[in-house]
Write a protein that binds this ligand. Structure first.
Ligand SMILES: CC(C)(COP(=O)(O)OP(=O)(O)OC[C@H]1O[C@@H](n2cnc3c(N)ncnc32)[C@H](O)[C@@H]1OP(=O)(O)O)[C@@H](O)C(=O)NCCC(=O)NCCS
Length: 149
């Protein structure tokens, strides 16, 4: 879904520096969550204000990633709910997320979490390529996302 060249160029050092800068901005810290297993971070999620001026959704889930071996154990749900709760505590009650159109696993997850399909767009990844993304939205995240059946 993302060109190999780009992925091969990613380094832990670069991203470590980027995260350190991001988390030093105090407001981001309150909207970033990690999940640990046996004292090791196995996933994270980050959210904040919606970034494109959407008239309907004020909050956004910017990113959520779990190591493959930590997936499908409820951590994703807990992380999204933690971000949504943090937004609500700041008075933001709606949220959207953008995901690669071809990331069918993540799309199934957002649908399971009660996200409603919104629209598609092209995103300039800023590294010489474009990706097709789709968005999902939650109009009201007060009281949690989709309830378990
Ligand atoms: C997508 C991701 C965050 C989901 O987190 P997770 O911990 O695996 O999901 P959970 O175990 O919390 O699942 C929550 C619900 O979604 C469902 N679900 C999760 N992944 C699913 C999938 N691939 N297909 C169908 N349903 C899925 C679960 O069955 C569960 O339903 P339940 O509560 O009724 O049992 C995680 O798999 C991940 O990090 N993937 C790689 C990175 C990525 O694609 N991030 C999204 C970028 S926008």
């Amino acid at each position: 879904m993302v060109p190999d060249d780009y992925l091969d160029g990613m380094t832990a050092e670069d991203h470590g520096r980027r995260w350190a800068r991001l988390l030093a901005q105090g407001d981001n810290l309150a909207l970033t969550f990690v999940v640990e297993e046996a004292g090791r971070v196995v996933g994270f999620a980050m959210g904040g204000a919606e970034r494109e001026g959407d008239p309907r959704f004020q909050g956004e889930l910017y990113a959520i990633y779990l190591l493959q071996e930590a997936q499908r154990r409820g951590h994703g749900r807990a992380l999204v709910e933690a971000v949504a709760d943090a937004l609500v505590r700041r008075g933001v009650t709606s949220m959207l997320v953008w995901v690669l159109r071809d990331n069918l696993a993540a799309r199934a997850f957002y649908e399971r979490m009660g996200g409603v399909f919104l629209r598609e767009h092209d995103l300039d990844f800023g590294a010489g390529f474009r990706v097709r993304e789709v968005s999902y939205g939650w109009d009201d995240v007060r009281g949690g996302l989709a309830q378990r059946c």
